[in-house]
Ligand binder design. Structure first.
Ligand code: SF4
Length: 367
């Protein structure tokens, strides 16, 4: 076992966190059958601490394993087809629009790319590819470096992250275009930048185009029905209960902290007030965090009208975009920023938990 202390654990490369080993499962096409979901719940309960997190790249994290538990978990996950037996194939995140249908463009392109995975050059740890080829793009806020999207003309397009526009890609040539742009990224020194959006080299002419992605407007259709997970977390018992809903065939994983249910209506949830509220796992489960995050986020949620991000440190794992109110842990206290990311300069520094609550209780439902 190679224990990683940096970013991006996989199933084969668990990360040592404050609550034990953390392993990440990234199922094919972001879909797990009800039976696979029950297996994951059983592994989490038996070999971990029962906590299962849905990440903002639509992967599942199991926490609190020891080495023996990790070995048992890996064997079971590989046998169930949830983890590839080849550790190299686990390393690159492929994010798909979660409402894909069998045989549609998202499904077709992702399947073709998976078959040619070995042709990709060695890419940085956090590099990812989004296949977002439905009638409108839904993954625009999700972390990815290369994006296959639906253009506003209706054509399929390829866009390098950080660039507003991209090029048209003929049907059937999408994977060739992805491989060529990944090759260019590496050859032009992108590995040092780490991410496409931070790589300032001018794109080659063949990758420069004027197509804009067709953005989704309004709330996504509730088909398949969605089930929100507060802070992206579900425990093993709750996941097992979800799989026992009559008719449930499978779960789709999304990057926005909801599960989509295939074949069954979503159970009622009384946790809607936590929509728009993001908080990472924080201390003590994450060694980088110096504050507990989710208890404060839960207390603040009814008091804040807009979006809220409570982050254990300035890495801001739970949310990469701005939130109306941001509280970032530093040396056991909170820094407050407004309309910002977790690493933005604060407007108030060094607040205690009680001071934060007092501030917002004095200004209920206001930022
Ligand atoms: S943002 Fe949260 S989860 Fe990420 S490193 Fe900091 S404390 Fe840990």
């Amino acid at each position: 076992m190679s224990v990683r202390r940096g970013w991006c654990p996989t199933a084969w490369r668990p990360m040592a966190a404050g609550d034990g080993l953390l392993l990440r499962v990234r199922p094919s096409m972001g879909r797990i059958t009800a039976e696979q979901a029950r297996l994951i719940a059983d592994i989490a309960a038996l070999h971990g601490n029962g906590a299962i997190d849905l990440t903002n790249r639509a992967a599942l994290q199991l926490r609190g394993l020891d080495e023996a538990g990790w070995r048992a978990a890996i064997d079971r996950l590989v046998a169930a087809g949830l983890v590839d037996a080849d550790p190299a194939r686990e390393t690159l995140p492929l994010l798909v629009a979660p409402d894909w249908r069998e045989g549609d463009d998202t499904h077709r392109i992702a399947t073709a790319l998976s078959a040619r995975w070995a042709e990709l050059p060695p890419l940085p740890d956090k590099f990812g590819i989004a296949i977002d080829a439905g009638q409108v793009c839904v993954l625009g806020d999700a972390s990815a470096d290369l994006r296959v999207e639906r253009a506003d003309t209706g054509a399929l397009m390829l866009r390098a992250d950080g660039r507003a526009t991209g090029i048209a890609v003929p049907v059937g040539e999408e994977v060739d275009a992805i491989l060529a742009l990944a090759d260019w990224f590496v050859a032009s020194g992108g590995t040092a930048a780490g991410r496409m959006a931070r790589h300032n080299a001018a794109l080659p002419d063949w990758a420069t185009g004027g197509l804009c992605p067709r953005r989704s407007t309004g709330a996504p259709a509730d088909d398949p029905p969605s089930y929100p997970l507060p802070f992206g977390r579900i425990d093993a018992d709750a996941l097992t209960a979800l799989t026992q809903r009559v008719g449930l065939a499978a779960l789709r994983l999304t990057p926005w902290r909801t599960l989509l249910l295939e074949g069954a209506p979503a159970p009622k949830s009384d946790l809607g007030y936590l929509r728009g509220i993001d908080a990472c796992v924080g201390a003590p489960a994450c060694p980088q965090g110096s504050v507990a995050t989710r208890p404060l986020a839960t207390e603040l949620a009814p008091l804040i009208a807009g979006t809220l991000h409570v982050s254990g440190c300035d890495k801001g794992c739970a949310r990469r975009t701005r939130a109306d109110v941001v509280l970032t842990g530093r040396d056991g206290r909170f820094d407050l920023a407004l309309n910002a990311r977790a690493d933005a300069p604060p407007v108030v520094c060094g607040l205690t938990y009680e001071q934060v609550l007092a501030h917002f209780k004095g200004f209920p439902r206001a930022a």
